[in-house]
Ligand binder design. Structure first.
Ligand code: SF4
Ligand code: SF4
Length: 430
């Protein structure tokens, strides 16, 4: 790279850091007291106790850059406070740390002795790198797919429509009901349902189950053939402009279709992105309510719109709590109340709810093949949590976690099946 290009890149990186360096974020960027107490809270450090995997050390990589440009001592006596310049070498180190050694799961933030949000600090690092195009290739490709085609897997529109058609045929046979179908682009439906594109490609049973439950509940619902993706990989990459664009498109599509509510299928970061981060990105309140499918399923059960028989699910079931849905998103109880009604033998993992461990596949890890070995190794903590329950089925309200858990089941010989909550509800329908 020419010198002029390098200095322009570094100026852009410093500007991205400056955008994060104010208010509460500035506190998080300058507060770590290096007590080291967060070490054992991180699944990556627990599985691979190398110093580079320590949450405090990871946070320090970003904090040291902040100190260099935004504190008095960092400017005049950088060595004294460990302040570091942004330069090509430190930026390469930053890529390895913030994408390759952290899923931004926030468990260390929960346990930090002074309340420092390590995950937010890590995301500042991702903001810096996204601003200069240093997002790992696999993760960036996923963002590009979403921007270009409307979904992260670049599934053509006609493939979505044909999948919906054959799933509808299967559902008609299975439910002995000619009226049931996967509804696409049906205007003025009450619910616009967002799904993970993995449901179209790899997990059609969860979309089929949702369609069956909606039908039984007498719901007016549809998916959009253009903007149905519940995920937001701009959130993972640290690219807020792309995150904004992906949010805005969906909200506008809901208005075009005349929906009254957006329901988000089971997806951890999708829930957090759309429900909590989205209005900040698009800088306006949503014109319609937005809930997780779990909240709607619970409402159907409570109101009697669907009836279930737990004797249809008699194998032992445990529940994995996706970090972005539970620790960050605040949705921890509906899935438990649902499972207790639709299965006969529900057991909790330990620890659980907001204290649960990340599966290892969060933060966009699944799309970055270069970190695959570390991802599977860091899943050892989750694997042992699952094994201890002696469950045969792991319910998880997240398709991203489901991918990782399927891999962990094979690698660690857990012998468990992974299912979405809606699949267990569908199976229990009477
Ligand atoms: S956010 Fe999660 S993965 Fe990252 S350092 Fe903290 S506990 Fe580890
Ligand atoms: S617990 Fe908090 S203050 Fe202590 S090292 Fe970890 S991030 Fe820093």
């Amino acid at each position: 790279m020419a010198d002029a290009d390098v200095s322009q890149t570094l100026a852009t990186a410093r500007a991205a850091l400056a955008r994060s360096a104010h208010g509460l974020a500035a506190y998080h960027l300058n507060a770590c007291v290096k007590c080291g107490l967060c070490a054992e809270t991180c699944h990556i450090y627990k599985a691979q106790p190398e110093v580079q995997n320590h949450p405090g050390v990871k946070a320090a990589q970003v904090i040291n850059h902040y100190r260099r440009y935004h504190t008095f001592l960092g400017r005049v006596l950088p060595r004294l406070v460990g302040a570091k310049e942004l330069n090509p070498a430190t930026l390469d180190e930053l890529v390895e740390t913030v994408y390759g050694r952290c899923t931004a799961c926030g468990r260390c933030s929960l346990h930090c002795s002074i309340g420092l949000d390590v995950a937010a600090v890590i995301r500042t690092g991702r903001n810096i790198l996204a601003s200069i195009g240093k997002v790992p290739e696999g993760l960036q490709r996923t963002v590009d797919n979403q921007l270009k085609t409307g979904n992260q897997m670049a599934i053509p529109q006609d493939e979505l429509i044909s999948t919906a058609a054959w799933l509808s045929d299967d559902l008609k046979l299975e439910m002995s009901d000619e009226a049931v179908k996967v509804r696409v682009d049906e205007k003025a439906s009450r619910v616009l349902y967002l799904i993970n594109p993995r449901e179209v490609k790899f997990f059609p049973l969860s979309l089929m189950a949702a369609a069956g439950v909606f039908h039984k509940a007498g719901e007016s619902w549809t998916i959009s053939s253009k903007f149905y993706d519940v995920t937001n990989y701009g959130f993972y990459s640290g690219d807020d402009e792309s995150a904004e664009e992906l949010t805005r498109r969906v909200v506008e599509e809901a208005e075009v279709l005349g929906a009254e509510e957006i329901i988000l299928s089971e997806c951890g970061h999708g829930f957090r992105s759309f429900r909590w981060e989205g209005p900040n990105w698009i800088r306006r309140e949503y014109p319609l309510p937005m809930r997780s499918m779990l909240e709607l399923l619970e409402e159907y059960l409570a109101s009697g719109r669907i009836k279930v028989d737990p004797e249809k699910n008699t194998e032992r079931v445990t529940l994995h709590d996706p970090c972005n849905l539970v620790r960050w998103g605040g949705v921890s109880e509906p899935q438990r109340r649902i499972l207790k009604q639709v299965v006969t033998d529900f057991v909790e993992m330990t620890p659980n709810r907001k204290d649960n461990y990340c599966c290892g596949g969060g933060g966009g890890m699944l799309s970055m093949s270069e970190y695959g070995d570390r991802r599977v190794a860091s899943g050892a903590i989750k694997a042992e949590q699952i094994r201890a329950t002696e469950a045969k089925i792991v319910a998880t309200p997240c398709h991203n976690c489901a991918d990782q858990l399927i891999e962990l089941s094979k690698k660690y010989k857990l012998g468990v099946e992974i299912q979405a909550v809606v699949e267990l509800v569908y199976n229990a329908l009477v």
